[in-house]
Write a protein that binds this ligand. Structure first.
Ligand code: DAH
Length: 345
């Protein structure tokens, strides 16, 4: 009897080793037969009662070997068949089908305009400086030659932080000028893009948040002519190679002299007349020679250094470029609106 059992076991081992399994159905039968809850090894295991004591150990070892063999055969066959499965699936791909659309994100129109300006100035050696939106009064106003009670503070309606008289949401990116000048030594050549806040009634034309790009250049012997040439370069890169500019005298506390730069749009088209209110000139930025007081406030000797600065509003350009009628659309994050913008910048 016991000899029969050993023979049976050896036959089973051989069967397992030689089993040719070609598909999932065969694999499942194999599993049920050798590894399932009622597999044949279990019933044979009970036969150990009839095996003479001195051979019980051999019996147990052989049984274990068979179980292991069955398990490894199952595992290797399963992985072989699943590789085959993907191969087959690949063969069924329709190579003539049009590709699925690539989901490329869209850039926000404000970012597009801002990045274009950064690109233009970085080509002539300006580097980007960024700083905080919650700012100290000193950097936003006082250092920029606008001390307390200065009438120019009324030009910009300010959000102060609750309960604070010194912390505010910056009203312009000019605050980055004082941040940079108090921490860096000239030569300084930076542009500072960022968001600014003013307590203004929200309408189609104005918002309580918007964006500016600030520029600052400080070195020995920097002149008004340097500023004009730099801004002409900017205007021609931004609006086209033949663009003309003009500088109108203006007032800002932190520059002296101060100017506003207009770009010639012409009066030929209805659009240009509308944009320029019939004058042909479009106001683009504020600028000027950095006031010596500002340099002194920030620890730079105005006898040794001079410089110019400028501030460009972003939203108006974004609205013009894309024919957007309402500034509020820029801040609503409506995906149907935002996904329309594509850009290299
Ligand atoms: N900070 C000014 C504003 O928000 C814009 C400005 C004007 C910035 C002249 C400058 C400048 O750097 O020189 O209205």
């Amino acid at each position: 009897m016991s000899v029969d059992v050993f023979e049976k076991l050896n036959d089973i081992l051989k069967d397992i080793e030689e089993a040719g399994i070609e598909d999932q159905d065969q694999l499942e039968s194999f599993r049920i037969k050798y590894l399932g809850s009622k597999n044949i090894l279990k019933s044979l295991g009970g036969e150990i009662r009839n095996v003479p004591n001195e051979r019980k150990k051999d019996f147990g070892q052989l049984l274990n070997k068979i179980k292991k063999e069955a398990k490894s055969k199952f595992d290797s066959t399963q992985s072989r068949l699943s590789v085959g499965k993907t191969d087959k699936k690949n063969i069924n791909i329709d190579l003539t089908a049009p590709p699925e659309e690539l989901m490329i994100g869209a850039r926000h129109p404000v970012s597009i305009v801002m990045n274009k300006i950064i690109d233009i100035f970085s080509r002539i050696g300006f580097t980007v400086a960024e700083d905080r939106e919650i700012e100290e009064d000193w950097y936003n106003f006082t250092a920029m030659n606008t001390p307390e009670h200065h009438p120019a503070r009324d030009m910009q309606d300010t959000f102060y932080l609750k309960g604070s008289t010194t912390q505010l949401l910056r009203t312009h990116t000019s605050s980055v000028q004082s941040r940079v000048m108090t921490t860096q030594k000239p030569p300084i050549r930076i542009i500072a893009p960022g968001r600014v806040y003013r307590n203004e009634t929200i309408s189609a034309r104005s918002h309580c948040q918007f964006h500016q790009v600030e520029g600052l250049y400080i070195d020995k012997d920097v002149s008004f002519a340097d500023m004009k040439q730099t801004l002409l370069y900017f205007a021609q890169e931004m609006y086209g190679a033949n663009t003309k500019i003009r500088l109108r005298p203006s007032y800002f506390p932190f520059t002296e002299p101060s100017a506003e730069m207009d770009v010639w749009m012409g009066t030929d088209t209805e659009e240009a007349r509308k944009l320029t209110k019939g004058t042909g000139w479009l106001e683009v930025l504020g600028c000027g020679m950095v006031d010596p007081n500002v340099l002194t406030n920030c620890g730079i000797d105005p006898e040794e250094y001079t410089g110019f600065a400028f501030g460009i509003g972003i939203e108006r350009t974004a609205l013009q470029n894309y024919g957007i009628k309402d500034i509020r659309m820029l801040f609503e994050n409506d995906v149907r609106f935002l996904k329309q913008f594509r850009s290299a910048f």
